[in-house]
Design a binder for this molecule. Structure first.
Ligand code: CP
Ligand code: NVA
Length: 310
């Protein structure tokens, strides 16, 4: 049984094939017949809010021929204490795959342990692998030379991640970046740097932890091909909001920070965004900003991820 809980659940060559298939699905959208998931039902079990992930999975699963069933976790029996192991075993008797957005990463791992259908991580507190595959694909679409595998165009490129360097997006860039051969530099306040868990994950996957973490955003942004940011307050951290908004103030991606990067550097954000906080209005709306291409590509890349699991 294949699951996609973290970036490294596919080998480099399998990820390369996911990217190529995503490009094909994007080019052929609306022209291909339905197919890969014909007649199936996939569950989308969400314990947190979502716009992009929910809609792109619902549409993508439908386009692959299956029925997507959205399950708000609070209205399932999990909300009243039913165990993950029982929920996974019961749901596996009805559905053909499960897409999960939740808090602790150990929850998706437990689902994967007990489910007899593929499980896809649609964001945990630790990782957001569907987003990172999509973002890497979005960059590769721009960078790949004719005839080059999309994934190979990422090698050696520098991505500077500015903001909360201890959250799921930072972790996923550390892991995905190492897998894709990219240089990852992160910058945020002291106390919000990459934690021990992501270093352990790199070691488990045989990847080097050669990313840079600095409290100086100009140092991280220097000569970067991409500047990336995310919210300063992730879902589940609402109680820390006031403290975080103060601590992260020096880490807005603005024109000055963009000027430290390469001339043709791109701006990315997984969204939702808070303009005037993690990014200035000027950068957000500039030609360097490819945020809506990222959002669109969630659909194509996730269709390719799901197709690779069945
Ligand atoms: N980027 C992302 O995962 O967006 P949603 O929270 O809207 O799904
Ligand atoms: N770090 C953010 C990502 C949202 C897509 C969060 O977990 O809320």
């Amino acid at each position: 049984m294949r699951h996609f809980l973290k970036e490294t659940d596919f080998s480099h060559d399998e990820a390369a094939a996911v990217f190529q298939n995503a490009a094909n699905l994007k080019a052929q959208r609306g022209k291909l017949g339905r197919g890969t998931l014909d007649g199936q039902t996939w569950g989308l079990l969400f314990a947190k809010s979502s716009t992009r992930t929910r809609v792109s999975f619902e549409v993508g699963i439908h386009e692959l021929g299956a029925h997507p069933m959205y399950l708000d976790q609070r209205t399932t029996q999990i909300g009243r204490g039913e165990t993950i192991s029982d929920t996974a075993r019961v749901l596996s008797r009805y559905i053909h795959g499960l897409v999960i957005r939740t808090y602790g990463h150990e929850i998706v791992e437990e689902f994967a342990q007990f489910a007899t259908v593929p499980v896809v991580n649609a964001l945990t507190d630790f990782l957001h692998p569907c987003q990172i595959y999509t973002d890497a694909f979005t960059l590769a679409e721009r960078w790949a030379k004719p005839g080059q595998r999309l994934i190979d165009s990422l090698k050696g490129k520098k991505l500077a991640y500015i903001g909360d360097c201890s959250n799921n997006m930072a972790n996923s860039w550390i892991l995905g970046g190492a897998m894709f051969g990219m240089k990852i530099a992160l910058s945020g306040p002291a106390g919000y740097g990459p934690g021990v868990e992501i270093r352990k994950q790199l070691a488990n996957d045989g990847l080097e932890d050669n990313f840079l973490f600095t409290t100086d955003p100009l140092e991280a942004a220097a000569d970067a091909d991409v500047l990336y940011t995310d919210v300063w307050v992730s879902m589940g951290q609402e109680a820390e909001e006031a403290e975080r908004l103060t601590n992260f103030k020096p880490y807005t991606i603005d024109a000055k920070l963009m000027a430290a990067a390469k001339k043709d550097a791109l701006f990315m954000h997984c969204l939702p965004a808070h303009i005037g906080m993690e990014v200035s209005q000027e950068v957000y709306e500039s030609p360097a900003s490819i945020i809506f291409d990222q959002a669109e590509n969630r659909l194509h890349v996730q269709k390719a991820i799901v197709s690779a699991l069945v």
